[in-house]
Design a protein around this ligand. Structure first.
Ligand code: BDP
Length: 599
């Protein structure tokens, strides 16, 4: 799906700002937006998560539907165009009404959807737009939750009669099966955009390198009559090639390749025209593939230095925050990192555009986190397969043209050992499905949790083995010698498997400013000891091709006895101040080359 663009043929109206808002009455049924709404509602910011915007605990712990309302009006000058209403992300389920008519419905909180409203809006007349948003998470949603449950990160399982009784008595909640706050609402921009009636629906660009030449394959999907052309424009704005038709191959002599920073992340533009419509798409010429134990970018072995991240900032919650995205990219450069994973859901499109331009490499993850946590086989009792396929399809459709995206992650930490055969069947077929969808054929993986790796049949089948490991934190806590011993035993196992491996998470909660002369857990000194020990072991193993500490920054979670104001494993605080370990990594990573490390 193309990102909304303003150019000589297209216009964009941004609907950011205050919208009327109300939480539902707690019945968990979608109420109808009615006249009763007016006068009983408050104002809320769009885009943003609603949870932290009001001094009312109901906003933070809300469970169910919420309603947003505003009016829209189309300027007369645009009324002869095709008019689209686009939502970049509504978390997690949206129903959109225009003048009382349901015009769009969408499941999944992190990908865009749109509705054609051309026939529904009349010049000079205001139309009422209502968006009903559901934040419930259960065994059919991604991320997965335990809607109706009451416990997480606690000792609620204790065999204490009074606790057992109180658990039954307690009100059910919208319980996550994942470790980040379930921020909800209209989290990303809402826009009206227009195109001519004959229009470009989609563009796909894939690239290859032959000698010094870049080979660009393009395909333009267009609706309505008109001639289709594509021009390639270089960074200086010079037209260097052109072709006619909806598909073709263009060869660029002595092409500039897209390299991760501090290399040159060179971007070209493909300017597609169809009839009166035009769309220009930035793209880079680069390849990304796995070969033996190497992850090759433009044929050279890349070492992933970076993070698991979150879209999480104070007040905004998971709401789009371009200022923070800029700051994050700056901090990534400052620390000498070159990559991150969009743990645990697709991020806002603007972040990928920024990373294309700034030369940061992305492992792009779906929102499939929390699959498991049940006493029965989740692959048999859950109804999420079709939705998982849909998010993979939509993710690839949205992000396929970004040079920054070098690998797809189908999900994070599903249960793959309780029912290894079911897990195998599920993830193996999804892997093949994902592979077949990407026109650029990027490597595909999923990220596995600390488990009985011998029973896990599926992680070893991924193009890159991606593992999250917390030796020395959740197990063998504080004993880094024992942690190194255990880590090495496991690494011997993976070395035998003979695939490249990225440590996609490892980390220790750390309270900034808490110092100890003897490094114990939660102190800044321990965080450094932890990473120094782990990294020392990674450095000895050639097949480890990347290290992503967890997490880039502290982030909000549900409350619980293991979470003091959220998850504190950040190398940065939530407001992006470096902990001591950030300086440690900066020194380490500035000394590790992006290409050829350990080769
Ligand atoms: C991992 C999860 C991540 C958590 C992390 C932690 O992938 O989402 O935040 O553990 O516990 O298992 O800090």
């Amino acid at each position: 799906m193309l990102y909304p663009e303003i150019n000589e043929a297209r216009s964009v109206i941004d609907l950011s700002g205050p919208w009327y808002f109300r939480l539902d009455d707690g019945s968990h049924d979608e109420g109808k937006a009615d006249s009763d709404f007016i006068g009983h509602d408050s104002l809320i910011a769009v885009p943003a998560s609603y949870n932290d915007l009001k001094e009312n605990p109901e906003y933070r712990k809300h469970y169910g539907w919420a309603y947003y309302r505003r009016t829209i009006i189309i300027p007369r000058a645009l009324c002869s165009e095709r008019i689209m209403l686009r939502f970049d992300a509504v978390t997690h389920y949206a129903k959109v009404y225009l003048d009382g008519e349901l015009i769009a419905e969408h499941k999944g909180g992190f990908l865009p959807f749109e509705a054609d409203i051309t026939e529904k809006v009349k010049s000079g007349r205001e139309a009422e737009l209502i968006v009903a948003v559901d934040n419930r998470i259960n065994h059919s949603t991604l991320p997965m939750g335990n809607e109706g449950g009451t416990a997480f990160f606690g000792s609620d399982n204790a065999d204490v009669p009074s606790v057992i009784a109180a658990k039954k008595w307690r009100k059910p909640t919208n319980l996550p099966n994942f470790d980040f706050f379930n921020y909800a609402g209209i989290n990303r921009p809402v826009r009206i955009y227009t195109t001519p009636k004959s229009y470009i629906d989609d563009i796909t660009i894939t690239t290859d390198i032959e000698g010094n030449d870049g080979v660009i394959s393009f395909s333009v999907s267009a609706k309505g009559s008109g001639k289709t052309t594509v021009e390639i424009v270089d960074r200086e704005g010079k037209r260097i090639a052109e072709a006619e038709g909806t598909e073709g191959v263009i060869r660029i002599k002595d092409a500039h390749l897209w390299w991760p920073y501090p290399g040159d992340p060179y971007l070209y533009k493909a300017v597609a025209r169809h009839g009166d419509d035009v769309y220009s798409l930035e793209f880079g010429i680069r390849t990304a593939e796995v070969n033996g134990l190497d992850f090759l970018i433009n044929g050279r072995p890349f070492y992933f230095k970076g993070f698991g991240k979150h879209e999480d900032t104070a007040i905004h919650g998971r709401g789009f925050d371009f200022v923070m995205d800029m700051k994050d990219v700056s901090m990534i450069h400052w620390m000498g990192a070159n990559s991150f994973r969009t743990s645990h859901y697709p991020y806002a499109e603007e972040m990928y555009q920024l990373c294309d331009r700034e030369g940061i490499v992305i492992i792009d993850e779906t929102p499939a986190v929390g699959i498991g946590g049940t006493t029965e086989d989740i692959y048999k009792i859950g109804s999420f397969r079709k939705h998982h396929e849909d998010v993979i399809k939509d993710l690839i459709a949205r992000d396929k043209n970004h040079p920054s995206v070098v690998m797809w992650s189908m999900g994070n930490e599903p249960d793959v050992v309780s029912y290894p055969d079911s897990a195998y069947e599920y993830w193996h077929s999804l892997y093949e499905y994902t592979k077949a969808l990407d026109p650029a054929g990027r490597p595909v993986t999923f990220v596995c949790n600390q488990n009985n790796y011998e029973r896990d049949r599926i992680t070893r089948e991924m193009d890159v083995v991606c593992i999250n490991r917390y030796y020395g934190w959740y197990n063998l806590s504080g004993d880094m010698e024992a942690a190194a011993y255990a880590l090495n035993m496991e690494l011997d196992f993976w070395e035998e498997i003979g695939k490249p491996l990225i440590i996609t998470e490892y980390g220790a909660d750390t309270l900034p400013g808490f110092h100890l002369s003897s490094p114990e857990m939660f102190s800044e000194e321990f965080q450094i000891l932890y990473y120094r020990t782990m990294n020392g072991e990674f450095d000895k193993r050639k097949f480890i091709i990347g290290e992503h500490p967890w997490n880039f920054a502290d982030f909000s979670t549900i409350q619980g006895p293991m979470r003091a104001d959220g998850n504190r494993k950040g190398l940065l605080t939530r407001d992006r101040r470096p902990k001591m370990a950030a300086h440690y990594f900066r020194k380490r990573w500035l000394a590790i080359p992006d290409f050829g490390y350990k080769r």
